[in-house]
Write a protein that binds this ligand. Structure first.
Ligand SMILES: Nc1ncnc2c1ncn2[C@@H]1O[C@H](COP(=O)(O)OP(=O)(O)O)[C@@H](O)[C@H]1O
Ligand SMILES: [Mg+2]
Length: 572
């Protein structure tokens, strides 16, 4: 019993202890809870704050996101993308040209099929065999005509060697290998593709440190992915170019201005005369020259003015084309040449061949020549002018009037009944007169009466466009010549508009042809309609243009009827 009681007591005690412990524990938990609750409330405050802060953080992240996006967008821009791809073939080898754009900047990339190490080794072997087997005489290297023969010999030998080494080789691969070898050994390597690309107008090599730059018709100045390995390579190329025209370029004779057989013009200057490094500039001959339609479409000239020039050319008036550097004088002169009647004998005289006349015209192009290193063999513009007068020309076309004697002979030719077209470096009609009548040209003012029209071209450097600035006639008396501006460019309208009444041009045409003023204006109207019809039907290109002109001179009625009915011309 006692035991039992003891036990009960113990339990009770334990229970008491327990409750004490429990109570304490509970108190502790409560305290903890209270504290946590308190703590929570303390914490909650900043939580509330946080909630307030949140939008700001959001804003910031938003901003950051935008910035990042911007960066990403920037990044997609920095990634270059190909915007145009086309193929160019030179000596049966085709390269792919990629025009890429990086951050708005264009680049011109020449891509060649990659050659494997084995193929490269094979090419090396063939190269060595050719060097020992194809004997190249110095005459062949220096004579541009013989160079063609050499190329042929080279091509055949290389083909034979490759066929011997790899009998089952495919034709395309063979052409690729032989062509590459030829470009490397006789040509300008990858630059050959630049020469073959009709979309390029200019190729510039400044030094080994800078990539070769080109002037692309569509993308203007762009860098290429071609960088020459050494200055020696540039000198070597200068030499190859010089040899193609039978000349040499050396440290003693470091300037070269050569007119290649392709019609391209190359200029090379060696270091240290060119201080940055050896430099080569190649101005490419436009294979597809501008024509009337192009210059009306790009707003250089109007149909009215072309009709006037056509009339002047048909009736053998003399025209001077003026303008500043690269204003488009030579181009414009060339555009007007198809207006010459088919059976007239034309002689052109230039320092470098730039003019390109339709094949149907009866044309003898002459070019001047610089003396050789010993000072021999020079043929000047004056020599050619004097000589051309003995060739019974109807029309004489002169690249540029620069010196007194040339100008005198030229004006002499005008006065003796030849029809002359020439360019003069001057910005306006008044300046043209001043240039011609003052040193170094100094033509007596009264001779300028022989000029019937002066067309002044102008290049707006900022916009990169060319326009006809003035069309004028010269009114000359004994000691003074003044221009009478018939058409004048109005910048606000971006148009060349009629300015003053003609004082002598139409009279002279009338006197020359017996036509009345009415007949002349009817003729002008017809010519204008033909020109507009050509533009509308996109009749361009030198041969197509000349076909229309031929028809005009052979069967005018037929052409006019096609034009009047606004029909398409099916004569091509
Ligand atoms: N009317 C024109 N519109 C656009 N480009 C032109 C025009 N005339 C000439 N060009 C370009 O301008 C450059 C210089 O022309 P060029 O006729 O040689 O000038 P200039 O004889 O006055 O020095 C050439 O690359 C040519 O293609
Ligand atoms: Mg020129």
């Amino acid at each position: 019993m006692a035991k039992k009681r003891k036990k009960v007591k113990k339990v009770k005690r334990e229970a008491r202890v327990k409750t004490k412990i429990q109570k304490r524990a509970e108190a502790r938990t409560n305290e903890r809870k209270r504290r946590t609750a308190k703590a929570r409330t303390i914490i909650r405050k900043p939580v509330k704050l946080r909630i307030k802060v949140k939008p700001r953080i959001k804003e910031r992240t938003e901003q950051a996101r935008k910035i990042n996006l911007g960066k990403e967008r920037g990044k997609t821009k920095t990634k270059s993308k190909i915007i145009e791809t086309y193929n160019v073939t030179a000596d049966k080898v085709t390269a792919t040209i990629n025009i890429t754009e990086t951050n708005g900047k264009h680049e011109y990339k020449v891509n060649m099929p990659e050659l494997s190490e084995i193929t490269k080794a094979l090419l090396n072997e063939i190269r060595n065999s050719i060097v020992s087997e194809v004997v190249i005489s110095s005459a062949e290297v220096l004579d541009p005509a013989a160079l063609e023969g050499l190329k042929k010999k080279f091509w055949e030998k290389a083909e034979q060697l490759i066929e011997k080494k790899v009998p089952q080789i495919k034709q395309v691969t063979k052409h690729l290998l032989v062509g590459r070898l030829m470009h490397e050994m006789l040509g300008l390597d990858k630059i050959e593709f630049l020469l073959a690309d009709v979309d390029l107008e200019e190729i510039v090599i400044t030094s080994k440190r800078e990539p070769v730059r080109v002037y692309h018709k569509k993308y203007k100045w762009v860098d290429t992915n071609i960088i020459l390995k050494s200055e020696e390579e540039i000198i070597n190329y200068s030499n190859i170019i010089a040899r193609r025209v039978g000349r040499q370029i050396t440290t003693l004779n470091p300037l070269l201005d050569a007119h290649l057989t392709t019609g391209d013009r190359a200029n090379a200057i060696l270091y240290p005369i060119s201080t940055k490094g050896n430099t080569i500039t190649i101005r490419k001959f436009r294979r597809d020259p501008w024509t009337v339609t192009d210059l009306i479409k790009n707003n250089t000239c109007s149909a009215d003015i072309f009709a006037l020039i056509w009339l002047a050319i048909e009736y053998e008036m003399n025209i001077l084309f003026s303008g500043g550097t690269a204003s488009g004088k030579t181009t414009f002169l060339n555009v007007c040449m198809p207006f010459i009647p088919t059976n007239h004998r034309i002689i052109s005289i230039e320092d470098t061949r730039e003019l390109m006349l339709p094949e149907t015209l009866y044309w003898a192009p002459l070019v001047t020549r610089q003396p050789n290193p010993e000072g021999k063999g020079e043929v000047t513009m004056l020599d050619l002018l004097v000589n051309s007068l003995r060739m019974r020309p109807d029309r004489i076309v002169v690249g540029e009037i620069r010196r007194q004697r040339e100008a005198e002979v030229l004006f002499e030719a005008m006065h003796t009944g030849h029809s002359v077209y020439a360019t003069v470096h001057a910005d306006t009609a008044a300046e043209t007169i001043s240039r011609l009548t003052h040193p170094p040209i100094s033509v007596p003012p009264n001779l300028l009466e022989a000029v019937h029209l002066n067309i002044v071209l102008y290049r707006d450097r900022r916009k990169g466009v060319r326009r006809i600035l003035q069309v004028s006639e010269f009114i000359a008396d004994e000691d003074r010549v003044t221009p009478n501006i018939i058409f004048r460019y109005k910048p606000i309208l971006d148009k060349t508009v009629e300015h003053m009444k003609s004082m002598r041009f139409y009279d002279e045409i009338g006197r020359h042809t017996g036509m009345s003023i009415n007949e002349i204006s009817k003729d002008l109207g017809e010519k204008k309609r033909i020109i507009m019809w050509m533009v509308k039907n996109d009749i361009r290109g030198i041969e197509q243009t000349s076909k229309i002109m031929n028809l005009y001179y052979s069967d005018k009625e037929k052409l006019i009827s096609v034009v009047n009915q606004n029909k398409k011309f099916s004569g091509f």
